[in-house]
Design a protein around this ligand. Sequence first.
Ligand code: ZN
Length: 387
Amino acid sequence: MSPKTVCVPRLLEIRSGAVADVAAVLAAARFELRRTVVGTGGGRTARIAGGVVRGLREAGACAVVTEAVPTVDGVDRVVAAIRASGAETCVAVGGGRVIDAVKHACSVTGTAFVSVPTSLAHDGVSSPIASLIGRDGRRRSIGAVMPEAVIVDLAVVHGAPARTSRAGAADLLSNLTALHDWRLAAARGEEEIDGFSALIAEEAARSFLYLAPATADLSLEMLARGLVLSGLAMATAGSSRPCSGAEHLISHSLDRLLGTRARLHGEQVALGLLIAATAQGSLTAELAHAYDAWSLPRSHADLGLERDVIVRAVMQARDTRPARYTILDELDLARRPVEALVDEAFASTGERRPHAPRVAHDEQAGVVRRSRPRPRAGASPRRRTGR
Ligand SMILES: [Zn+2]
């Protein structure tokens, strides 16, 4: 057996002011820029992309701009733009959705993919996995290419809405519950652990978990580094396994239940993480500090959701990815034990501090209630039979 080969970006820049230098740093790294496609979104990201396009054109590139949306049709449009222009390099300037769409289009066309995130909302900024919405309206994770370059401008991500960085922080911390699930699956004979991948994912999350945020820039730099390392862990494993366990299944389940009302991926993962950690009987004390420092959502009310939608999401979470063995496979997922688990999880990080934000953007969820912790009843792990 020979050592495993892992694809990593050949260019990585994490600093303030990096967006202004995209053309120069790509040219210095010998990217083919004569024909380049820039995929982007609307509003703020389109303005930032405009600066990148100007820089590319000043450097002599024929840069074409296209809208990048993570749907089947949206990806087809980016593919068409790449093919029509003959581009050999495609730059994604935007949030996770833009990056997912361009990443997938690059894997279809064999084009060099450059990731320039304008926010740090999840660990897809530098991973070989794209999340796309199918024609049936359901979101799916699909294998795609690793970026050849990742350029994170700390000033740009600092200017993104604060909830995006909170979401990214939760997505990074969720490596810990995901790894717990992976080890559980290995212990049950369901899967094998890739030790190197698990090491990368765990170190990324743990160094962030114990970070005392000194300045916003330092915190965002640590977040960016952690998310890049999470992507490397996924590339090493060849799947999302080191960064996706029960907490992600709960988020996927919320996506199904909420549809267009779904919150940011990482915001939902923040709640799934508390539930998974509580079910696993681990981490809750350590997580309390990080949830406080980053003002992460700690209950359904913080995301403007009803408790019942969380309970139903947990009950149905296994259906979103039945082959992925997690702590959910060992729980009684009937309503009452799940209600008890959810209440215990949302009480686990203590009382909300006065400075922590409440998300007040819900338009359809109706009555928003704070749940009262109930005594735990029957949510203790039990072995599932028949596997
Ligand atoms: Zn995630």
